[in-house]
Design a protein around this ligand. Structure first.
Ligand code: CAA
Ligand code: NAD
Length: 303
């Protein structure tokens, strides 16, 4: 696997068609936000059942958005929902779904080999000009891009959960990402009404680089018996103005995801290991299958 440095294909300056891989929590949110803002979007997943789950996520989120936008006007709410959904197509055929793409955003499982396998296929199926992006939380963008011959048209677009609510997108440029590609990605973020920030291809980029060690230290405070999760959550909400405390946030992000991120970073060795040292409390919860909100129990219980 190697970067092609010879390619000088112009990245699209006016992205219209976006293909999103993965119709899970993040993929569905990205599809929704793109469609709401006038892009033609194709949502791809492995099977119809997964696509249906994605459509349901979009459906219930759009209802909230429509109600907020037009609180007293049911007709306008309906119009917003229908107009958005008219911009969304679905597919289980990865190659066919990429044929007309100007931009591909990948939000599938957090596994380097799975992502590389997908991009290697798409590199052959998608138009030469198409820009490729990953929404990975913790993997190096450059490692994913190595599966393609378009390192100059490859970057990171890192959205935040819940995508329709969170205004930030981190735009990641590797050493190979061309200025055209980077400019085009910034333009897409602006047209999705998100605020882009730029970061190099480093572990956790900006937000997770700060949030994950902060959440790990919160766990250590509990493990040392210094304060309870509830009191730490109240403290950070009322004392630091965070919308969620670190334990509410850890349950929201997923304890399995958090563990996956810190284990990966430790192995990679590019970040101070004390920041991501294992915490037994986290490892035990994950081993017991308590992943947070998604499994019904983490630090708190959900029904
Ligand atoms: N679409 C989908 N879900 C929505 C939504 C929308 N438009 N609006 C709200 N929600 C969800 C919330 O997730 C939450 O879920 P439940 O229904 O299961 O309770 C609920 O709706 C709460 O919504 P409220 O309207 O009561 O609350 P709110 O609108 O005041 O704030 C919040 C909700 C935006 C999530 C806020 O609490 C917040 O900003 N929390 C911090 C979120 C955060 O830090 N996210 C980043 C996580 S890190 C990450 O994403 C990166 C990574 O790589 C792991
Ligand atoms: P998820 O498990 O909810 O969804 C992943 C989806 O990808 C599933 O529906 C799965 O069937 C599908 N999929 C797997 N392989 C596929 C393939 N080859 N082609 C098409 N679809 C495929 O995951 P998620 O939480 O939405 O996370 C997706 C990505 O976004 C990950 O890389 C994750 O690190 C990143 N991310 C997650 C969060 C978060 O808070 N959950 C935040 C930011 C970034």
């Amino acid at each position: 696997l190697a970067f092609s440095t010879s390619s000088q294909v112009q990245a699209p300056t006016n992205v219209k068609n976006i293909t999103v891989f993965g119709s899970g929590l993040m993929g569905a949110g990205i599809v929704q936000v793109a469609a709401q803002n006038g892009f033609q979007v194709t949502m791809v997943d492995l099977n119809e059942a997964a696509l249906k789950r994605g459509q349901d996520i979009i459906g219930s989120s759009l209802k909230r958005v429509a109600k907020k936008a037009h609180p007293e006007d049911a007709a306008k709410q309906k119009e917003l929902i229908e107009k958005t959904m008219a911009n969304v197509k679905t597919s289980t055929d990865s190659e066919a779904a990429s044929k007309d793409a100007d931009l591909i955003i990948e939000a599938i499982v957090e596994n380097l080999e799975t992502k590389q396998k997908l991009f290697s296929l798409l590199d052959k199926a998608a138009p030469e000009h198409a820009l490729f992006c990953s929404n990975t939380s913790s993997l190096p963008i450059g490692d994913i891009a190595k599966a393609t011959k378009r390192g100059d048209r490859f970057g990171g677009l890192h959205f935040f959960n819940p995508v329709p609510q969170m205004k930030l997108v981190e735009v990641i440029r590797t050493e190979q990402t061309s200025q055209d590609s980077f400019d085009s990605l910034l333009d897409v973020c602006n047209r999705m009404k998100k605020t882009p920030v730029s970061c190099k291809d480093t572990p956790g980029f900006i937000v997770n680089r700060l949030l994950v060690p902060y959440m790990m230290e919160s766990l250590r405070i509990v493990e040392r018996g210094e304060a309870s999760p509830k009191d730490i959550d109240v403290a950070m909400k009322l004392g630091a103005g965070f919308p969620m405390g670190p334990f509410e946030l850890a349950d929201f992000v997923g304890l399995d995801t958090m563990k996956f991120i810190v284990d990966g970073w430790r192995k990679e060795g590019k970040i101070d290991e004390n920041l991501v040292a294992p915490v037994k409390l986290l490892d035990d919860l994950v081993a017991e299958g308590n992943f947070g909100r998604k499994s019904g129990k983490g630090f708190y219980e959900y029904n």
